[in-house]
Design a protein around this ligand. Structure first.
Ligand SMILES: *Cc1c(COP(=O)(O)O)cnc(C)c1O
Length: 378
């Protein structure tokens, strides 16, 4: 006999991250490998952030500032959110975890969409929270009406999750639809259902029909937490910094639940410096916009269907484009040193997610796909 974990832990599927570059180099004996698999910033980290980390390493014997005072001030000023309305964590992933631990118990339920960003499901399941999923609309966007039905019909639903735009689909819902959904959720069971709106890709958004985080925060105060991250446009995925913004009273239990020193000192100073690195952000957005043009042109010209995107990635239909599953195309491209991301774990075996790279990376990846189509003409 030995101690067994609870059933909901035994049933957890392990998270499968994007394949690391070193692994592909080893497995295929390749030197030059590019990774367009994790929606990372292809330009690397913000240079100002790296400078700040180096400068502050000599303070590593000190515990980090548990209140994230300086970063809190900087975010508050830049994003026009009051300091008390911010909850910091090691990535927005951790903020989600803390929110769920603070508000839900095993046996509770949450609602999201099929193909919603997987971290939500994982964070719920770890705590014995069952996730109910509405099917995607034909367009690949979240079916907010179907989600609302699930929220209304299931008494134990306390939380709902909407990523706008979503990963891996890249799709989004417009202001009018989001507001209608939030208005309705606020009416369910006396306003006791919390909505998490994940804005991980907000900086990349170009469609003015996607509501601003500030608009959501002021109009739905107390019923929504907005998630933001330093992992994408700021290039700090490896540093692990994210935050939730919402009513201070709503976040207060979370401040007690979160581990006080979860955010380390280098991460705090890196995030603060990155926030002020506007030149880097501008350059990153430019590289992404140019990359998207290039990818859309190639995909359009080759008749490979893809979903509309508001992020730094594209979801392409490999079944229609190559007569192969996303996983098959992924495996074949590995041999040429290009790492994409299959999304079979999202129940989308016919699709492949492509992160936008530098101009040289995009060019090389497109050449590899072109060669693949030629070799496997159907
Ligand atoms: C990448 C991503 C995040 C970022 O997660 P971190 O834990 O902050 O690195 C959050 N949400 C979505 C939808 C993402 O794609």
């Amino acid at each position: 006999m030995r101690l067994r974990p609870p059933k909901y832990i035994e049933n957890l599927a392990p998270y499968r991250p994007g394949k690391p570059i070193e692994e592909v180099q080893r497995e295929f004996g390749l030197k030059d490998v590019i990774k367009l698999a994790s929606n990372e910033n292809p330009l690397g980290p913000s240079p100002l952030a790296m400078e700040a980390v180096q400068k502050h390493l000599k303070e590593s014997h000190r515990y980090p500032d548990a209140t994230a005072h300086r970063l809190r001030k900087a975010v508050s000023q830049k994003e026009r959110v009051s300091e008390a309305d911010l909850l910091f964590g090691c990535g927005s992933d951790h903020v989600m975890d803390v929110l769920i631990r603070s508000y839900l118990s095993p046996g509770d339920q949450s609602v999201t969409s099929h193909a919603a960003f997987v971290a939500f499901r994982v964070n719920c399941n770890v705590q014995g929270v069952e996730v109910l999923e509405a099917p995607l609309l034909e367009s690949g966007s979240f079916d907010l009406d179907a989600m609302l039905e699930l929220i209304r019909a299931n008494e134990r639903v306390k939380l709902t999750y909407l990523a706008n735009p979503n990963n891996p689909t890249g799709t989004h819902r417009d202001r009018k639809d989001v507001r209608k959904f939030l208005d309705a959720v606020r009416q369910v069971r006396g306003g006791t259902v919390l909505t998490i709106m994940d804005y991980a890709y907000w900086e990349y958004v170009t469609d003015s029909e996607i509501p601003e985080p500030q608009e959501i925060l002021s109009d739905y105060r107390g019923s929504v937490v907005v998630l933001r991250t330093f992992s994408k446009v700021y290039g700090l995925g490896g540093m692990r910094v994210g935050y939730g913004a919402g009513d201070a009273a709503l976040l207060e239990p979370c401040q007690r639940v979160r581990q006080p020193f979860s955010l380390n000192h280098p991460a705090l100073v890196a995030a603060e410096a990155a926030l002020h690195d506007q030149a880097f952000v501008d350059e990153s957005l430019k590289v992404n916009a140019i990359g998207l043009v290039k990818w859309r042109y190639y995909l359009g010209e080759s008749g490979i269907p893809f979903m509309p995107t508001q992020g730094n990635f594209l979801l392409i239909n490999t079944q229609a484009g190559f007569g192969k599953s996303g996983n098959e195309v992924f495996e074949l491209c590995l041999k040429s040193g290009v790492i994409f991301r299959p999304v079979g774990n999202y129940g989308m075996p016919d699709w492949l997610r492509v992160s936008v790279g530098t101009p040289a990376e995009n060019e090389r990846a497109i050449e590899v796909l072109k060669a693949l189509r030629k070799a496997h003409a159907h």
